[in-house]
Design a protein around this ligand. Structure first.
Ligand SMILES: Cc1cc2nc3c(=O)[nH]c(=O)nc-3n(C[C@H](O)[C@H](O)[C@H](O)COP(=O)(O)OP(=O)(O)OC[C@H]3O[C@@H](n4cnc5c(N)ncnc54)[C@H](O)[C@@H]3O)c2cc1C
Length: 469
């Protein structure tokens, strides 16, 4: 059996490795247009900020490592055509000075083409000193330019925008982050929680401009400034566009795969509408576990989980990809923030009535040296089922987000969670975990809400009785 994988990112290479894990005999070829493979784009901001020494350190494998496992990886090669009827792909690569076109036959094709950074349609986006962020090459270019710069503007205050902003701040630049919506991290945090992160980054000296879309980037050949709304120009030496990712679906379209609202449509097996073509990663759309609607999950963690499912099905082992909760975590400076499931804002947008339980607590016993403040916001529907959670602290956010991911996936209610047994020792936790405190707060709010409803019912009943008599 021959499997061809388009894309050497998290999705593509994990699919290839997993197929090999299950089957020694499959012929596997991975084709990528990138120069590097098997690196973590997620680590690029942390190279900029100096936590990771250099870009080379975030490359985990070279093509030769895959060859040892009998996986052929072809780099700097662009797939230009998928001939679905002939089960063949065509790709171009440079051999010496010649651009050579080659063909490969497949029994199964895996499309793991990821996404391309969204470049807003506005003046100045292609000036020197304006960058997108996706690959190591982008990271290196940003670093080189930043080394000779004093000021930077990061457009987009999602998690990638904030991480890059912090990286540049650590390099000594005067950094401004701008966001067209009225809050930072709008996809994962509610405004009240986003404000905690905003206060932190502002205290660290990063300027934040909210609710103002960028109008244009100015300069002759090189960026000189940016204009936001009706405001005057802000001068800058560089602009980073962290304005989202668009799924790369060209090859899928060419192969005749159905596209959904956001990206390539796949079933639970990660199979496209063309039975011997699978797709994984940022280029596919997924089901949201709470709303049941199609959505995107542009996360490395999602790509790797999907890759395992696609690989098993390709080698004949039945496996299903579960709907997503979009569990995420990030770190800017010393502050970690994470979220899973829906925010209150997104729940309301989806017509789900909710209440939220909150806690402000500590990560260790009150008296223990080094205890840090932790903020938890838990979102529940009006039956008490937990549908989302956001957590911010200077430590131990990821494991709590994962605990909440499990609780939501198990459809727990806030009262069930409030009665769950958690571990305790003063140096690592509070005797009542902040998550439990938030669940208790949600329970109390639900009780009050039900009581109000009952009181209203009683008073309506009394009024109608009085009227009758
Ligand atoms: C700065 C940054 C920080 C991030 N931080 C996090 C994080 O903390 N946590 C997290 O979970 N996720 C994070 N992500 C997202 C994560 O990196 C992506 O979700 C993940 O890389 C998606 O993997 P993928 O395989 O779908 O796509 P990609 O990694 O983008 O790989 C796509 C591959 O397809 C290749 N390709 C496309 N078209 C062709 C073609 N026609 N021919 C040949 N090759 C082609 C590309 O060259 C590339 O190799 C971050 C991303 C960035 C940019």
């Amino acid at each position: 059996m021959k499997v061809v994988v388009i894309g050497g990112g998290a999705g593509g290479l994990s699919t290839a490795s997993n197929i090999r894990k299950y089957d020694e005999n499959v012929e596997i070829t991975v084709i990528t247009r990138d120069e590097h493979i098997a690196y973590s784009p997620c680590a690029i901001p942390y190279v900029l900020c100096g936590d990771v020494d250099c870009f080379e350190n975030i490359i985990m494998h070279e093509p030769e490592d895959y060859l040892e496992r009998n996986i052929d990886v072809i780099i700097q090669a662009e797939v230009v055509e998928v001939k679905e009827a002939e089960n063949t792909i065509k790709y171009h690569l440079q051999e010496g000075r010649n651009d050579v076109e080659k063909e490969l036959k497949y029994d199964y094709l895996v499309i793991a083409t990821g996404g391309s950074p969204f470049i807003p349609p506005m003046e100045g986006c292609y000036l020197d000193g304006v960058f997108k962020i996706r690959t190591i090459k982008d990271g290196k270019q940003i670093m080189r330019w930043a080394e000779k710069s004093k000021k930077a503007i990061v457009v987009g205050a999602g998690l990638i925008g904030l991480e890059i902003a912090f990286g540049l701040k650590n390099m000594g630049l005067d950094v401004t982050v701008t966001e067209m919506l009225p809050q930072i991290v709008p996809r994962s945090l509610d405004p009240d929680m986003a404000k905690i992160v905003q206060n932190y980054i502002e205290k660290k000296g990063i300027n934040v401009i909210l609710g103002t879309p960028i109008e244009k980037i100015t300069g002759e050949t090189q960026v000189e400034g940016a204009i936001f709304g009706d405001e005057e120009e802000i001068r800058t030496d560089m602009v980073i566009l962290a304005t989202g990712v668009r799924p790369e679906t060209t090859m899928a379209k060419m192969a005749g795969c159905d596209l959904g609202r956001w990206a390539i449509e796949v079933n639970e097996k990660m199979q496209t509408s063309v039975p011997n073509i699978y797709a994984v990663g940022d280029c596919v759309e997924v089901y949201d576990a709470i709303t049941g609607h199609n959505t995107q999950s542009p996360l490395g963690s999602t790509a790797v989980r999907q890759a395992k499912i696609a690989a098993r099905n390709i080698v004949g082992i039945d496996a299903k990809f579960n709907p997503v909760l979009n569990s995420m975590v990030s770190q800017v400076g010393n502050l970690e923030f994470g979220a899973v499931g829906l925010t209150k804002t997104s729940a309301l947008q989806n017509g789900i009535k909710v209440i939220s339980g909150k806690s402000k607590a500590l990560t260790k016993a009150r008296y223990y040296p080094g205890a840090k403040r932790i903020d938890v916001k838990m979102i529940c529907d009006i039956k008490g089922r937990i549908i989302g959670c956001q957590i911010i602290a200077e430590e131990r956010v990821a494991e709590r987000v994962d605990t909440m991911s499990l609780a939501i996936a198990q459809e727990m209610t806030c009262s069930e969670l409030a009665n769950t047994e958690f571990s305790y020792a003063p140096p690592v936790s509070m005797v009542i975990d902040p998550i439990i405190l938030a669940a208790e707060d949600a329970c109390a709010k639900l009780q009050r809400m039900h009581k109000r409803k009952e009181n209203k019912k009683d008073s309506n009943h009394n009024i109608s009785n009085n009227l009758k008599s």
